[in-house]
Design a binder for this molecule. Structure first.
Ligand code: NAP
Length: 700
């Protein structure tokens, strides 16, 4: 295992094996471009398996003002100097680099209590998130330093005053405060969108498992891929860092309700309107539909999912199922099935292949979970497990942070309160019975806002009622049934393209969700100007802006040579009745509006027989295309197509083709977006759309 070990402020990057960590190595922070040790007040970082000390952490003596200043003055400009596409490319390089170095991280990850299956979520899942954002950035973001948001807004009758929203990177820093349960994924799922946005990050992992975060951070630094200042690390507390924040900064926090309140109410955070994204505790529900009785695939899936959520990461997942809400009629059978399945779970040393569930992350965590379970037991009966002892394989129950899976039963859903309020952040779940679907919805809502809920039903009416009933209380809903179970990613997995976050108690924040997660770190600005000025500013041709004409047809010019606003107006072509009939016969599209004068006239939109929309598109291509082989490699789609006015036999159409936008997606070719407008002999718009082509880059 490679650890970056450092003396004072000089980076050494010496390799240290996991075994030698018992020497109580201090794991330094990474501050203003150098590794730096804390001075006093060390926290011992302990193995979850046997409690031995792996290293020490302290941030005392760090200059947090310097960290903030360095992020703003070095990291920010370095990142903002790159385009979104350039940052996406670096993210991909970083993901590839880490992907090739997972093995040593796995070795260390066991010490957090994680099994092999858990590593896949934390380490592979984190790296996968980098890959996902890199490719989303490459596909969906521009080779510019801003992003366009929404369409051009017309603000005047004469068309000389228009507006568009743009997004630019905040010029501050992102402070990422992570929870202990995902030392790698927690860091990377926040880093990916922040980096893509162009904002430098300071990471503060939860101290107890920070030895693993530190190891991955050290790999990132060792790679040399990220620009200087893009990333700093705090091993220990945040000191007075919050005092140095301002209105261009973002805090992205994952952790408990209590800590999020402390941070949100910090005077600087409140008065400077520091953006605050909170992901906090969540009492997620799984609801079994009334139709999903014993013997149905949905019943079995429910049992499987609840047990998986209790045992993956020893239940230390913000998305884990805490409340299993089941119809009274199936209550007894369900409890029995869950208990039966839990009996088969082997708890123990996560290094052993036979072990399905490792220890909690720390002894403190076990104490906290036991206290929460004791509270729950004032209302609920223990159906399975023992909070105080258990048989564990290959380890000492007392020395490590082991705990058995604990299933509780709340016999009466109605008056119970704690089951909807107390989050036992471990392998703990409670079963509640409901009488009617409305009942089930009310019970789910008593969680006061959650990250995710799952519904298990094969009945569309039940699914409709549940999703609409609980939707606004949840950031994600998984509707699991026999048709999607095999390929389902499961209840507990936040995914890069989907929103991760929930309202109310869950923090009211959102992370991930594709580009939504990037936009948290960008400022949206409405820019009002003339069409020509807006075209210049947004690098996207705006209707009404000046156009230019070049000697050569645009299809003869390489990607680099095309300029925004470059335009051609084609010759006119008369559309005849014969054309319409020929097209109808040839394609088989003999819809009455093209073929039957009387029927067409009876239609409220047409004066009589009209040309096919597809015929117009084909004629348009025939008018503007330059046919010989050249830089245009392929047409790969149309967007925003509108047929505005019918074309009747005898009308003459012509086309204006204008270069609207260019994005160099690959080294060999780029995407050109063309504005296409088809007008009739009276210069009235009959159709408009955006055409996308792939154009060759000029050979170097
Ligand atoms: P926690 O005590 O709130 O700690 C979370 C993070 O906040 C840690 O990095 C912690 O650092 C830091 N922290 C604590 N006090 C701070 C302060 N005054 N100023 C700055 N940072 C501070 O939470 P936890 O109990 O360790 O974590 C478990 C909780 O996280 C559970 O409630 C769980 O539901 C929630 N969680 C939510 C999500 C989600 O996505 N919604 C994901 C995972 C976990 P230290 O470790 O140094 O104290």
């Amino acid at each position: 295992m490679l650890w970056a070990v450092h003396a004072g402020s000089i980076p050494i990057g010496r390799a240290v094996s996991v075994a030698s960590l018992e020497s109580r190595t201090q794991l330094p922070s990474f501050v203003a471009g150098r590794w730096q040790n804390g001075l006093r007040g060390f926290t011992e970082l302990r193995s979850a398996i046997d409690g031995r000390v792996l290293g020490l952490a302290s941030s005392s003596g760090l200059d947090f003002g310097e960290m903030a200043g360095y992020a703003r003055s070095v990291g920010g400009p370095n990142l903002r100097g790159l385009t979104f596409l350039a940052r996406a490319a670096l993210l991909r390089q970083l993901a590839t680099y880490l992907n090739e170095r997972r093995e040593p991280l796995y070795a260390l990850s066991f010490e957090t209590g994680a099994t092999k299956r858990d590593h896949l979520i934390d380490i592979d899942g984190g790296i996968g998130t980098l890959f996902a954002y890199a490719s989303r950035g490459r596909r969906e973001l521009p080779d510019e330093k801003f992003v366009l948001d929404g369409a051009v807004e017309s603000l005047s009758r004469g068309g000389t005053f228009v507006a568009r929203h743009i997004l630019t990177p905040l010029q501050g820093l992102a402070l990422h405060i992570d929870a202990f349960n995902f030392p790698c994924w927690g860091m990377l799922e926040k880093l990916a969108p922040t980096f893509l946005a162009g904002v430098p990050a300071i990471v503060k992992p939860a101290t107890s498992t920070s030895f693993l975060t530190h190891a991955m951070f050290a790999l990132i630094m060792e790679s040399g891929i990220l620009p200087e200042g893009a990333f700093q690390l705090i091993m220990g507390g945040t000191g007075d860092l919050l005092d140095h924040l301002g209105g261009q900064d973002v805090i992205s926090f994952t952790g408990s309700h209590a800590t999020s309140l402390t941070l949100r109410n910090h005077p600087v955070v409140a008065s400077e309107a520091v953006r605050f994204i909170a992901e906090r505790d969540s009492l997620n529900a799984a609801i079994l539909g009334p139709d999903a009785g014993p013997g149905t695939p949905e019943f079995d899936l429910f049992v499987e999912e609840v047990v998986r959520e209790m045992t993956v990461k020893a239940g230390q997942k913000c998305t884990a199922i805490r409340r299993a809400i089941v119809p009274r009629a199936h209550h007894a059978a369900l409890k029995e099935a869950l208990v039966e399945k839990l009996r088969g779970i082997v708890v123990g040393n996560p290094r052993l292949e036979s072990v399905q569930m490792g220890p909690l992350a720390s002894l403190d965590q076990r104490t906290a979970v036991r206290a929460s379970v004791a509270e729950l037991q004032t209302e609920a009966r223990l159906l399975f497990g023992d909070p105080n002892s258990w048989i564990v394989e290959g380890a000492d129950y007392q020395a490590g942070a082991f705990l058995s899976p604990l299933l509780l039963g709340v016999e009466k859903g109605g008056p119970a309160r704690k089951v909807h309020e107390v989050e036992a952040f471990g392998p703990v779940s409670s079963v509640l019975a409901y009488e009617t679907l409305e009942d089930a919805i009310e019970l789910a809502k008593r969680g006061s806002g959650s990250l995710v809920a799952s519904i298990f039903t094969y009945d569309q009416d039940v699914a409709d009622a549940l999703v609409l009933g609980i939707g606004s209380y949840h950031g994600r809903i998984l509707a699991l049934d026999r048709d999607c179970a095999r390929e389902s990613t499961g209840h507990g997995s936040p995914l890069p393209p989907l929103v991760h976050g929930g309202p109310g108690r869950a923090g009211g924040g959102e992370e991930l969700g594709g580009l939504r997660g990037v936009f948290h770190y960008l400022q949206r600005t409405a820019v009002q100007a003339s069409p020509t000025r807006l075209t210049g500013l947004t690098k996207s041709w705006t209707a009404g802006a000046r156009t230019s004409k070049k000697a050569q047809h645009p299809f003869r010019r390489f990607f680099e040579d095309l300029s925004i606003g470059e335009s051609i107006l084609t010759a006119a072509r008369v559309v005849t009745l014969e054309d319409i009939e020929h097209f109808a016969e040839f394609t088989g599209d003999t819809f009455y509006a093209h073929m039957d004068e009387e029927a067409a006239k009876a239609n409220p939109f047409f004066p009589g027989r009209v040309a096919h929309g597809y015929l117009l598109l084909s004629f348009a291509a025939g008018l503007f295309v330059d046919p010989a082989p050249g830089p245009v490699l392929a047409n790969y789609g149309l967007e925003n197509l509108r047929f505005v006015k019918p074309v009747v036999p005898g009308d003459a159409i012509r086309v204006r083709l204008t270069v609207k936008q260019k994005t160099p997606r690959q080294p060999e070719h780029g995407e050109v977006r063309w504005d296409v407008r088809i007008a009739n002999q009276d210069d009235e718009l009959v159709a408009s759309y955006e055409l996308l082509t792939l154009n060759a880059r000029r050979p170097t």
